[in-house]
Design a protein around this ligand. Sequence first.
Ligand code: GLN
Length: 489
Amino acid sequence: MEYSKMTLKELREALDKDEVTSEELFQEANKLAHQYQEEYNPFVTIIDKYKMKKKKDTIITGIPYALKDNISTSNILTTASSNILKDYIPVFDATVYKKLKEAGGVLVGKTVLDELAMGGTGTTGHTGIVYNPWDKTREIGGSSAGSAAAVALGIVPFAIGSDTGDSIRKPAAFGGVVGFKPTYGLISRYGLFAFASSLDHVGCFARSVYDIAVVTNIIKGYDPHDMTSLKDDGKDLTETLDNSIKGRKIFYIKEICDRSQYDKEKDKTVLEVLDNFYELLDKMKENGFIVEEVSIDQDLLAAIYPTYMCISCAEATSNNANLTGIQFGPRGEGNTVLEIMFDARTKGFSELIKRRFVLGSYILQKENQEKLYLNACRIRRLIVDKMNELFKTYDGMILPCSGGAAPHFNEATDQLSERYLLMENHMAIGNFGGFPSITLPSGFIDHCPIGINLTGKVKEDDVVLNMAYQIEKITGLKGMKAGDERCMK
Ligand code: GLN
């Protein structure tokens, strides 16, 4: 058996047939983690001691996995990839970690993120850049960079991440794996370091939709520690995967996918992405999906990114006000409490974080609140209303995840261009409305993976996973890991 290529389902079968023991799987994962760490840097912490304390037998019992380092693990360093928390060892477990432990999952390591989960490049963590396993000259994307890389490298069959704007779904697409953010409130966020609470979700990465359903089954459920937690619907998300999708209706957005608006030279990769996208849509139609184009006000779409920035920076500034160097992290220098906090925060945060806190403070200032914060909330509402109106007719929305494969490290992006505003930011819609949203591989550009994103109605995680499972059969790109030979076709 070749551990690193196997899905969770296949590993379960191997364990059940006694072809391998859980400890052997852990040793293999640990070996791979060390082997790849220097080259790709997925981990902040690698766990070297095998530990499994299950309370019940589940599909993941005895199977290695990784956790993003903004998820609280008692007695294990949890840094959020920030200097201000570089020595922080929590005293309690996040609910998601507790559930995985009780289910017999074996933790292999804590993964690198963009500092405090802000950012989308995998380049801002305090322990350095995470490199894309498919091509080291490219980003893996973020913020759940290390979790995506660990799955793409085959170190673990699944990993946990968080998603506030697209932080699971973008790196999943750039890593050629599956990434899922369920309905807001389905998975408890108790113990997840808050970034923007109205947008934050916990979710997972794996190498197949089935595995995503298995992991989500284990980590979902009502939690009194999280006031946004939903009552458990008791659904087994694996049961409905193979349901027929005949008659399922999905839409894509004309303003994002219309080829005629892109330039043959300048937007070459976007056009390649769209070729791949329309080819997939054709195959989906042949397989029983109904796919239609809808038009959405371009101004509303172009407002997604500024709206996301206003709301997320405002919430982040308030949520992270506790990072003063007093309760957590290295104590700053100075003669007064203010001076000490000022020094700790100056040294503790990188440029990107400071910029976002300055923006957040500005947006929350009394004289700006109405114009910036409240207007952003109104635009968010307009976007969510539009989606809910469309979801009366459609079961889901499908779009390309990005206008290309993972960007090269030195690639300049014009963040105000129409192409960036539309093509690179639409996945935040899933966070605005708390909609379940999944990304899966759909093809390759320059031998690097690209993905599609499917978003559905609140509380219809089962429908989204069912449709994704069927699309995965159509793409034939299940169980990928970096360098997979299918990229040569
Ligand atoms: N890339 C987005 C940002 O910069 C999303 C981050 C996230 O989802 N955590 O904030």
